[in-house]
Structures are given as structure tokens and as C-alpha cells.
Design a protein around this ligand. Sequence first.
Ligand code: SF4
Length: 263
Amino acid sequence: MNAITPDTEIDRVLTAPGLQRVGIVGVPPLRLIDILHRRGVEILDLDAMLVVEDMESTVALLPRVYCAILRTVVLNAMHLDLDAIVLDVGPGKCDGALHVAAVLEDSLPIPILRVINNDRQPFGAPLCRAEMDMTDKFLAITERVKSPEILKNPPPPCRPTAGFWGVPPRDFSILALFPDTTHVYGWTRCMENKTPADAILEARINPAIPTVFFAQSFCAKTALARLLAKKHPHALYLDIDVNTGSSAKAKIQAFLDLSGVEI
Ligand code: SF4
């Protein structure tokens, strides 16, 4: 239990006849996305909200003190008809994903593949720097996890007026508060760059723009978010659990207003 899956077993599962729908957690190595892509296998990003079900139904499998992303993974896995699940359980994701893999293996009759993504080839992060509605921007970035190809016709970078640092939030409603000229940093940028374990890129910030440092509650990244927020001259640190409450939204709004950011 919890050993990394050997390449031979990964290849056996991902090239098996009849494989139709595979769930992914985090950013699996490009080699695996490429295999699935070439075979026309449907890829479902289990980090995203894919089913409308009660989160409390995961409590029998996962303690409430797990982050909302991993609880969403379990919720999706419980309710979707999948042929296999591939989880990045290395530094590109977190230890929590490794333990979730054990939970899923114990509950589901499908192969659970534990992989480590150490890809280093940078694909760039044009969407993180584009002028674009923030919800659309995050939808586009997270959608790209399913593609092994470089973005065609990338948008030009805009002059940033605000910053968002962090992972794609479980609840995207927070994003509507930011202007289209927000640049995105943190793990989301690593995700678009297809280098999820690039800690140097993850820690990059822009001190010239007011920045919200976001982490999911109960995630180890809260420590990094707080540290970077302390070093940044104009920062707001925020951790949010399953849904964004009105007080968190009010804090972001007040922070951006007081920083003179035009929405
Ligand atoms: S938010 Fe943190 S704890 Fe949750 S899946 Fe992402 S890295 Fe892991």
C-alpha cells in the first residue's frame, strides 16, 4: 500500500483495451497524459467539482480536516464511473494525495496509479499573465492539464494591476472579485507550465502589485502562502475551506479597493 506504481504496471493499465475514462489528481507526468490523449481516453480532472453531491458523504472515508480539494477528489471518485485513477503523489502535489490514494484503493475496484511528476520542460504560463476574466482564466488553465500540447495562439501578457498566488481554489466564486488584469502565481502557474514540482516557480511573486495569497484550509501550502505574504509589501493572506464565505469575499474586496485596484 502507498508504493509508487512501477512504470510497467502504469503502461499495462493505460494501454489496456477498453480503457475509456480515467480520473487524474494533480498534474500527472506529460508522458501519461500523452498516452491517454493519443488513445482518445476521456480524462476527468478529479480536483475540480464534477458532481453535485453532499461533501459530508466523504466523511466516512476522509477526515474533515483534509483540504477541500482532496475531499472533492474522493467525492468525485465515489460518484463517477471510472476505469482507473492516476494521482501525482510527489512534490508536485502533496502527501495528502498519497493517503487519498490508499483510501481510494481500499474503496474502489479499479486500478489506482501513484505517480511522481518531476517534469522540468517548461511550457510557459501565458494564461496566468493574460488579460482575461479570472474565472475563464482558471477554467482554461485547469482544462489544459488534460492536454500534452503547447497552447496554440497564446494571448499576449497584460500589465498587471493585481496578483493572485495559490492553487486553483475549490470554490471559483472567489475569482469574480479580481480584475481581468490579475496575474496568477503560485502552484497554478506551475500547473500551466506543466512543472508542478517547480518550487522556485511556485515561490515567485511580484512585489509591485497588490497580491492575495490564497491557500485551501488544512493544506501545508498555508505556511508558504503566509511566509510569502509576510515578505510581500502589499499582501492579503487568506485560507478558505469548502466554500468562500461572505467575510472572506469582503476581505478581498476591501483589500483590492484600498489598494486602488479597479475591477
Ligand atoms: S490544496 Fe494542498 S492539501 Fe489540498 S490537494 Fe492541493 S496541495 Fe494537497
